[in-house]
Ligand binder design. Structure first.
Ligand code: SF4
Length: 295
């Protein structure tokens, strides 16, 4: 009754039963797994606490990742926010939080995969920054995370959320789509507008390859989370302004899956293409492997 695998089905349920997106996502979880609404809600609250903790920890300035390639950038951007930043406070705060989580993840800190560890900064970066900057209530934030869950479910059901299977479009692209829908929901968008935000966000990142330097989830992953975070907020604002995606979300998801299947394995987490094959990356990988052998 509440099950959906396509965005159009999700929207039909919303419209026929006069429900909001988070209601349908929660009801579908209850129905599918036989769990109570309270249990599902508590679990999401627990995830939000982990997200907030990873932001706090990742903002510490003397952070270093396992590979030593990232750390401290979140703190730098957070300090810069006190100045008159070019992109404005909300976007830069969200980006600082996204960087914080990815830096904490790369230092083996506990994060929420949203949908994956590599793309874990984007959704929390957006919703926690909006909570801080726009004073949305705790309940609105939890509901926004369920909106993201609904979008993630559609992508997982019809394509992939794995960089190894579909490239970074499947990780950062999916996370950006989830975050865009959440942000649009918080901004007061209808279910249809939220899905429009997701479509524009994913479309903007189609074709993005997975090319981690030395196979570490550090470069380009952390800064790719940053740009995908900004992409999500921009697409949410476009949707709120009444701009629509020419290609419907379900078709963008199908396109993403087809692109992933066409991608060379060298561009799917193997560190054999893209940024991972630049002279700088190869030099680092050689030194890093040497230091690992010694330790
Ligand atoms: S480049 Fe690959 S490992 Fe890094 S975030 Fe993107 S999909 Fe994940």
């Amino acid at each position: 009754m509440y099950q959906f695998s396509r965005a159009r089905e999700l929207l039909e349920i919303c419209e026929k039963q006069n429900l909001e997106l988070p209601d349908v996502v929660i009801l579908s979880e209850e129905e599918e797994w036989g769990r109570s609404r309270d249990m599902i809600w508590d679990e999401m609250e627990c995830k939000l606490r982990v997200m907030e903790n990873s932001v706090r920890k990742g903002l510490e300035p003397d952070f270093k990742s396992t590979g030593g390639l990232i750390g401290g950038n979140a703190a730098k951007l957070n300090s810069y926010l006190s100045y008159d930043s070019l992109g404005g406070k909300v976007i830069n705060q969200a980006v600082a939080y996204a960087l914080a989580i990815t830096e904490y993840n790369a230092a083996m800190g506990k994060i929420v995969a949203a949908p994956t560890a590599g793309s874990s900064g984007i959704l929390p970066g957006v919703v926690i920054a909006l909570k801080d900057e726009k004073q949305y209530s705790h309940e609105q934030i939890i509901n926004a995370l369920f909106v993201a869950g609904g979008i993630g479910k559609v992508i997982a059901s019809n394509a992939t959320l794995s960089g190894a299977a579909g490239g970074c479009q499947a990780e950062c692209g999916a996370a950006s789509a989830m975050a865009a829908a959440s942000a649009a929901y918080l901004g007061g968008a209808s279910p249809r507008r939220c899905v429009q935000a997701a479509a524009m966000a994913l479309k903007g990142l189609l074709g993005l390859v997975c090319d981690p330097v030395a196979g570490l989830v550090e470069v380009p992953c952390s800064k790719r989370n940053a740009t995908s975070t900004a992409n999500a907020i921009i697409c949410a604002d476009m949707a709120l302004a009444g701009i629509s995606s020419f290609i419907p979300f379900d078709e963008v998801v199908d396109a993403m899956f087809r692109i992933g299947n066409m991608m060379s394995d060298d561009l799917k987490e193997t560190a054999r293409g893209g940024c991972a094959m630049t002279p700088t990356a190869l030099e680092f990988a050689k030194t890093f492997r040497g230091s690992m052998m010694k330790s």
